[in-house]
Design a protein. Sequence first.
Length: 74
Amino acid sequence: MAWNPTPEVAVSRDAAERIGAIHGSPVDLCVVLYTLADGRIGYASYGTDRAKCAEARKLADKLYDRAVRFFGDS
């Protein structure tokens, strides 16, 4: 995977490592979706290689779009 130094991606990568350790199996992709107290929504995605990164990003984009609709509908 290409190195991505953003702090959000580091959180997603760390979460993948921790969840993998908990389950005894590597996590091949991870999406962290979050909301901030000021109403903003964000996400970070991680994949173990270039293909998984692309897959995680596509999933994250879909989840983000759904979250925006969910919170907009409330």
